[in-house]
Design a protein around this ligand. Structure first.
Ligand SMILES: [Zn+2]
Length: 131
């Protein structure tokens, strides 16, 4: 049967815990970088061009922190499902998630079919209506 045995469960949990620590470190580093560019902006108010490029960098860092936070939330949710025993089950349709998919993406909360559906729904309207 294509289900999770104790060994795969254990390696997935190890991976998720390592990933959680990694994401926390990246978020912290990213927030520090944002703080640094925010405070240097205040000292260099006369250089408009420099300000603009700094603002752009801050936006990129912000987006990275946001992405890391999202992944951290996914990883933590997966760890929670490991604890309550629902790990490996699609949160939408309740069917088992393909083992190969879990190995490739241990934080996956949905089977491939539901994830595809979810991503279609998650695309903001502003992106799909832009010509
Ligand atoms: Zn599903």
């Amino acid at each position: 049967m294509n289900t999770l045995d104790k060994n795969s469960m254990h390696s997935l949990k190890t991976w998720l815990l390592a990933r959680e620590a990694e994401m926390l470190a990246e978020i912290e580093a990213g927030q520090k970088a944002i703080d640094v560019s925010a405070s240097s902006d205040m000292r260099e108010v006369n250089d408009l061009e420099d300000q603009a490029s700094k603002r752009e960098r801050t936006t990129v860092q912000d987006a990275e922190v946001q992405r890391d936070s999202n992944e951290l939330a996914d990883v933590r949710a997966a760890l929670g499902r490991l604890t309550d025993g629902s790990y490996g089950t699609c949160i939408d349709c309740g069917q088992p998630i393909e083992l190969q998919r879990l190995v490739a993406m241990p934080a996956a909360a949905r089977c491939l079919a539901c994830q595809t559906q979810f991503e279609v729904r998650a695309i903001p309207a502003s992106l799909t209506t832009r010509s």
